[in-house]
Design a protein around this ligand. Sequence first.
Ligand SMILES: Cc1cc2nc3c(=O)[nH]c(=O)nc-3n(C[C@H](O)[C@H](O)[C@H](O)COP(=O)(O)OP(=O)(O)OC[C@H]3O[C@@H](n4cnc5c(N)ncnc54)[C@H](O)[C@@H]3O)c2cc1C
Length: 494
Amino acid sequence: MTQQYDVVVVGAGNAAFCAALSAAESTKRILVLERAPEEEAGGNSRFTAGLMRVAYAGVADLKRAIPDLTAEEIARTDFGTYTEEQFLDDMARVTEYRCDPDLTEVLVKQSLPAVIWMRSKGVRFTAAWGRQAFNIGGRFKFWGGLTVEAVGGGPGLVESLTQAAKKNGIEIWYRARAVSLLVDDDGIQGVVVKRNGKTIAVKSKAVVLAAGGFQANPEWRARYLGPNWELAKVRGTRFNTGEVIRMALDAGAASAGNWSGCHAVAWERNAPEFGDLAVGDQFQKHSYPWGVYINALGLRFVDEGADFRNYTYAKYGRVILAQPGQFAWQIFDAKVKAQLRDEYRIRQVTKHTANSLEELCAKLEDTDGATALREIREYNAAVRTDIAFNPNVKDGRKTENLKINKSNWANTIDTPPFEAYAVTCGITFTFGGLRINTEAQVMSSDGEPIRGLYAAGELVGGIFWFNYPGGSGLTNGSVFGRIAGASAARAATG
Ligand SMILES: Cc1cc2nc3c(=O)[nH]c(=O)nc-3n(C[C@H](O)[C@H](O)[C@H](O)COP(=O)(O)OP(=O)(O)OC[C@H]3O[C@@H](n4cnc5c(N)ncnc54)[C@H](O)[C@@H]3O)c2cc1C
């Protein structure tokens, strides 16, 4: 059976729906292929908190994306600014100056227009007071350049995009897995799809690939990320296995980016193999800047306060994976308990509480408790307590003369009750993928665009390397999804 469409979009996450909605502005017959059943659809996008990194010059810009911000909310909030220059600087710094300059410029400059455009399609946003702002003297102050959040988080985002797609006459097939591209000397002609167990050819003038990375494929993780990566937990969907990257490479696409790199965080040690939509991102444990990390040997192994959490969390999963037994403890005292994020209060945590450090360290299973106790005491003694602890700025409250110092927020661990949380490495998404140009055209290994083939989101390589500024993944999918959809529609109608 062969069916004919103008544009076929592979995937049904944020990047895919943005591509489909953008294509729908200038062409009609659009099909979205989703490998997952409807109840598990939406990819990693559905697992997110819906946070999006957006450059803005002030509250007037934010109002364009969040028109329902009230005068009262504006009065009690210091939104500050997050300029294009800051976003560019953050991208350059955390990727160690490897991010593709042309794609990064598009990402940054189109970030605000993309969310305003999504709003016009029916996606509602709010300010992320709960996660990205601290209350100082009755006024909320935003930090870390991450202010915009989709209403309802990832599930809300995917639901509004799905409704918008349906309203715009976009067809969605669930349980429909793209298996290969139909390609000849004139470029892409369509996609071979396995739908409900049956293989069919879907003809189309243009195809947008937005099917995520390869993080849910343990064999590829070990092959590309390196030894032990098959032991990591997958934070999100089990459907992003890299097949679509492979089918594009088979059709002559060029690879790009940091194939041995990925986004990986501290994640509940006993979490299931893949993400659980009922728990979402709550297995993550992101409050480590307020405490210390201890590994199985009883030793600290990383600077917990090197930078704001937004700029370290995505690379510390790898550091935890490298520890003996691939796990670590996050240890806090009562002074910072109120500051721990909501995710520390879920039922599914591996946690110990004790009234003394001796008692706590003795409870840490698979761990050298005596060394842990000595390590925490040495850490406490090394804290510059003359510098005030202030979570809102990089406070410079550090340790001195330790093998591994802590650069900021060096809270002494001395006030009971003490708490320890066991974490392992949770992989979010892989950084390597397909090479695209600024029109989101997939480039061939000969250096020319492949006619009719476009890509956006997680499966694109070259943008993120080593690390990632929090909230850039959704923005990346929205910006390049929107561009890919418009480019594909032009190819289909031209
Ligand atoms: C727990 C968690 C929290 C996160 N929080 C945030 C956050 O707050 N902000 C942020 O910016 N980023 C966050 N991220 C990262 C973010 O999820 C991704 O960067 C982004 O969602 C990727 O979007 P995408 O559309 O490229 O891929 P996805 O949303 O993963 O969509 C890929 C789609 O392709 C489908 N698919 C795969 N293979 C095939 C095939 N062969 N045929 C058909 N369909 C296929 C999948 O089923 C899926 O629907 C988080 C990720 C996780 C896991």
